[in-house]
Design a protein around this ligand. Structure first.
Ligand SMILES: NC(=O)c1ccc[n+]([C@@H]2O[C@H](COP(=O)([O-])OP(=O)(O)OC[C@H]3O[C@@H](n4cnc5c(N)ncnc54)[C@H](OP(=O)(O)O)[C@@H]3O)[C@@H](O)[C@H]2O)c1
Length: 274
């Protein structure tokens, strides 16, 4: 696959002539003894090894300049342009599992496969405590990829054959993100992408269950619609969550790579580490 416009620091323009092949990078990424080739290493190296424990958990949000992930009707295709979408596929290609909330699974019926770059498809995980997702959802498609539904312990969940059911207790009406990660780790899933939507990513963020957060900002203003993050209210601006971050430019969009490792709660070890 030819290399697409490279990731450059904000303010720099023009192609990066040191660019290597993505396929080679994706292979090296999973081999702990191999050095990571440029130009991808700078951005993706932090996703290779856990800073706090064996897991690496990445949240991603694609949003407008005014911090919206979708219109009021829930329409979000496509807030981000081709480069932003390709970045999402690169993230999928590097992780063991991609997690979405059932709201996204119903609204978008996403495939969650890797199509815009080379790399293996991750396992697909839907958080569906009430068992609302129809068996015909693309996430459940029997395409040889591992599929899991995380549901509440007392929910009678009947997904299609071959879909693994992970039943977890509710705490205050929700499943603790820590428990989700621990269950995935037990099943050998170590690098995990929390792909959306806002409710799901916000819960992992609030619970200290993200190592990194990739916020892809598109140069559009929606002016209304769904906010990217919903967190417990703070009284003053200086009480806001402030995190170390780097920026990268992808064509006309800007990626904010936030390092949340300082607030990440430990989860444990995955059974299989690759
Ligand atoms: N721009 C982007 O990057 C992006 C990415 C993905 C999605 N989206 C958009 O986001 C919208 C959907 O987002 P959303 O925030 O409404 O929904 P969501 O995060 O996709 O799903 C939320 C639902 O998932 C379940 N859930 C998630 N975490 C849970 C937990 N810890 N414990 C228990 N249940 C949990 C709950 O289901 P129950 O309601 O059944 O309890 C919850 O209401 C869509 O419009 C979609 O197009 C945008």
């Amino acid at each position: 696959m030819p290399l697409k416009p490279p990731y450059g620091p904000v303010g720099e323009a023009g192609p990066d002539t040191t660019a290597g092949s993505w396929a080679a990078f994706a292979r090296a990424f999973r081999d702990p003894v191999q050095a990571l080739p440029p130009p991808w290493a700078d951005l993706f190296a932090p996703l290779r090894t856990g800073a706090v424990d064996d897991l690496v958990v990445i949240g991603q949000i694609g949003q407008s300049l005014d911090g919206r992930i979708a219109t009021e009707t829930g329409h979000s295709h496509y807030i981000n342009g081709p480069a932003g979408i390709e970045h999402l596929h690169r993230l999928r290609a590097l992780v063991d599992a991609v997690v979405v909330g059932v709201g996204t699974a119903i609204a978008d019926d996403p495939q969650l496969t890797v199509r815009r770059c080379e790399g293996p498809h991750p396992a697909r995980v839907v958080l569906d405590p009430k068992g609302r997702l129809a068996g015909s959802a693309k996430i459940f498609a029997a395409d040889g990829v591992r599929r899991l539904v995380v549901t509440a312990a007392d929910t009678r969940c009947a997904p299609p054959a071959g879909v693994e059911i992970v039943a977890l207790p509710l705490e205050g009406g929700h499943i603790a993100p820590h428990d989700v990660l621990a269950s995935l780790a037990e099943r050998g899933l170590r690098r995990i992408l929390i792909e959306g939507g806002a409710d799901t990513v916000s819960r992992f963020l609030a619970a200290g269950c993200l190592d990194r957060l990739h916020v892809m900002v598109a140069p559009i203003i929606l002016g209304s619609g769904r906010a990217s993050f919903i967190l417990p209210p703070v009284e003053r601006a200086d009480q806001a969550l402030r995190v170390p971050m780097r920026t990268f430019r992808l064509d006309g969009e800007t990626l904010f790579d936030c390092d949340l490792s300082a607030q990440r709660v430990p989860v444990g070890r995955a059974k299989i580490s690759t």
